[in-house]
Design a binder for this molecule. Structure first.
Ligand code: G3P
Ligand code: MG
Length: 246
């Protein structure tokens, strides 16, 4: 089956090609012809929304400690690209505002994953995301808020009722319909975390399905047949088979 870039969403930018969740990684998305990018958002110690996956700094920067205990100015001293490849030395952990500016320039849709850890102040994080969307005047019809946290989704339902939402589940639960109000647009799950019966029922309910993070197309051929709409992947090259063209 020939896959179109429109059926793919770049994961953490294009995490296979450039350091995840950096502007360099996000710039790769448009080059592959994809229309969607997924990123993770968290707060610095002093409440600046930044795009970063882990709760600790060591894997993806040259710093140590917890992101949520690090002030913004201190975070900006860290290198977020050199660990991936020396050509990316000097990349910084980007603010959500900077990412939104890049995504707007590239005319992409953005899947903002509200990344929560046990210590996360969920209302504070969601309020900061809402404020950034408002201050940057990013077109809300191009935003999808997603989270594993049902509390975060419920908060967004009240704080940003007009912005589309998706529930994230590693494995879609049997009683997924109980939580349907929290998702207005789509259900996202691990590519091994859904059954054919569930996929068909979710589609029949009017919601879309996006699966993360299959990097090998042969593992998900059946999912397209079940009605899955999009794969959130690190490696579009494995699906599209060529160099970026645009
Ligand atoms: O949004 C899909 C995927 O990003 C969820 O898992 O851990 O990669 O943020 P994770
Ligand atoms: Mg994510």
């Amino acid at each position: 089956m020939k896959i179109s870039p429109k059926q793919l969403c770049g994961h953490r930018g294009v995490a296979a090609d450039a350091p995840e969740n950096t502007l360099a990684s996000i710039r790769q998305v448009r080059l592959w012809g994809m229309e969607w990018v997924e990123i993770d958002v968290q707060l610095t110690q002093d409440g600046v929304p930044v795009v970063f996956h882990d709760d600790t700094l060591s894997r993806c920067t040259n710093g140590v400690g917890r992101l949520g205990e690090t002030p913004y100015t201190q975070l900006m001293q860290l290198d977020a690209g050199g660990y991936f490849d020396t050509q990316y030395q000097g990349e910084r952990v980007p603010t959500l505002a900077a990412v939104l500016a890049q995504v707007a320039a590239d005319e992409l849709h953005i899947n903002i994953e509200i990344k929560t850890y046990p210590e996360t102040d969920i209302p504070r994080l969601c309020d900061a995301v809402a404020a950034t969307l408002s201050e940057t005047e990013f077109p809300l019809e191009r935003v999808l808020l997603s989270s594993f946290s049902l509390e975060a989704l419920a908060y967004c339902q009240t704080a940003m009722p007009s912005v589309a939402r998706a529930i994230l589940w590693d494995v879609v639960p049997e009683d997924w319909q109980r939580y349907q109000d929290l998702a207005t647009y789509s259900i996202h799950c691990h590519y091994r975390g859904i059954t054919e019966v569930q996929a068909k029922a979710i589609k029949a309910s009017g919601l879309k399905i996006k699966c993360y993070t299959p990097n090998h197309p042969e593992e998900v051929a059946h999912l397209w047949e079940w009605g899955v709409d999009m794969m959130i992947t690190d490696a579009p090259s494995n699906y599209l088979g060529s160099e970026p063209t645009e």
